[in-house]
Design a protein around this ligand. Structure first.
Ligand code: P6F
Length: 367
């Protein structure tokens, strides 16, 4: 069965700040999605990461299918109406355009879609992150798909030994989509040169080299500020990762997040803090909006999801989180000084830029 898995995500309002959607907003999104079942898709999961609502759908249409996207758009719009009625903060924040034009890409919501021939058992991990940007997945995915120190399957399993092909997107290119395909391990150093800059170069997809038609990973790559031309909240990317057999195993992918790399985002989208792996449906952190990532491991059969297993909820992750919190607090001790605050070009609010321009005019040439 040729299946498409679509992950569609939007921040449409939250309770008491940029925290979490209300139960009523979530219920309305679920209701609209459920009404669309059978006509448009096979199965769905609706959950949240921080203040972002994620809709995951399985269907037999192609990625970018207008009806699938229209259903998600309608669900987010209906949810926004509830958020507005409840006075939630940032109601409809990620719906940047008024009219739906056949595809959610470019309208504000994040979209990751992956098409595949369903295996007899199809294990998949659904990742969602809040208060950060699409490049936040660069390092964990590189470790899982290219680094045998983290992913022993690259050495041990014949299905993985040929390595993987990484498609990297230059998200600063606005006129057209600029991508490059790099095969690991041969082009590992070239890959590293790009991935070291997660603001600009983002892993968009990863493919098996032994089975070139088999896509392992799809990451949403939309940068909201490229659409809106100004800061309207962080991008908060989603990603789909197929696991096991010819791909890294779930337990190889997991530890790649334990490193908790410093990523851009958190308060006012203008700082670096470590990416904290959290259980599903965790509200955004009141500690400086620490960037967070959640993962649901699911199996799919005939397009139906099993009940998900929460990837970052077992006891090991409590230990990891303690370490991540220490890392975050240490960084916060240096307040506004880089790299705690982002470099000038990446600041999402204009206050510093405006003030610096005035200050530069006050400089005089020393005689
Ligand atoms: O990062 C944040 C929100 O991100 P989000 O929109 O949830 O992706 C917050 O730190 C806000 O920038 C901060 O709370 C200020 O928000 P405003 O008062 O400007 O809306």
């Amino acid at each position: 069965m040729r299946l498409t898995l679509s992950m569609l995500k939007a921040d449409i309002g939250a309770v008491g700040g940029h925290t979490a959607p209300s139960p009523e907003v979530l219920a309305r999104v679920r209701e609209v999605i459920t009404e669309g079942q059978r006509a448009v898709f096979l199965d769905s999961l609706v959950f949240h990461c921080g203040d972002d609502i994620v809709v995951a759908l399985t269907h037999t249409r192609d990625p970018g299918d207008p009806e699938v996207h229209a259903l998600a758009w309608e669900a987010f719009q209906e949810g926004t109406r509830v958020a507005q009625a409840q006075g939630l903060y940032g109601a409809g924040q990620d719906l940047l355009k008024d009219a739906f034009s056949g595809n959610l890409v470019g309208l504000g919501p994040q979209v990751a879609e992956l098409q595949f021939e369903e295996r007899p058992n199809e294990p998949v991990v659904l990742l969602a992150a809040d208060k950060t940007e699409p490049g936040a997945y660069n390092l964990p995915l590189y470790l899982a798909f290219a680094d045998p120190m983290h992913s022993p399957g690259l050495l041990l399993s014949p299905g993985l030994q040929a390595g993987f092909r990484f498609r990297v997107m230059d998200v600063e290119a606005t006129e057209a989509e600029h991508v490059i395909d790099l095969a690991a391990p041969e082009r590992l150093y070239d890959l590293a040169i790009l991935l070291r800059d997660p603001h600009r170069f983002v892993i968009e997809s990863i493919w098996s080299r032994k089975y070139p038609d088999e896509q392992a990973v799809a990451v949403s790559t939309t940068r909201l500020r490229n659409i809106a031309g100004r800061y309207v909240g962080k991008d908060d990317p989603v990603a789909i990762v197929r696991v096991q057999k010819i791909f890294p195993a779930t337990e190889e992918l997991g530890p790649c997040f334990a490193l908790a790399p410093f990523v851009a985002g958190d308060t006012r989208g203008s700082h670096h803090l470590p990416l904290m792996p959290v259980p599903a449906n965790t509200p955004a952190s009141s500690y400086f909006c620490m960037p967070m990532v959640m993962g649901l491991a699911v199996s799919i059969k005939n397009g139906r999801f099993t009940r998900p297993v929460d990837m970052f909820s077992d006891p090991v992750w409590e230990h990891v989180r303690r370490h991540v919190v220490e890392k975050a607090m240490e960084m916060r001790r240096q307040g506004f000084v880089e790299p705690a605050m982002l470099p000038y070009g990446e600041l999402e609010y204009t206050g510093i830029r405006d003030r610096l321009e005035r200050l530069l005019e006050e400089f005089t040439v020393r005689s």
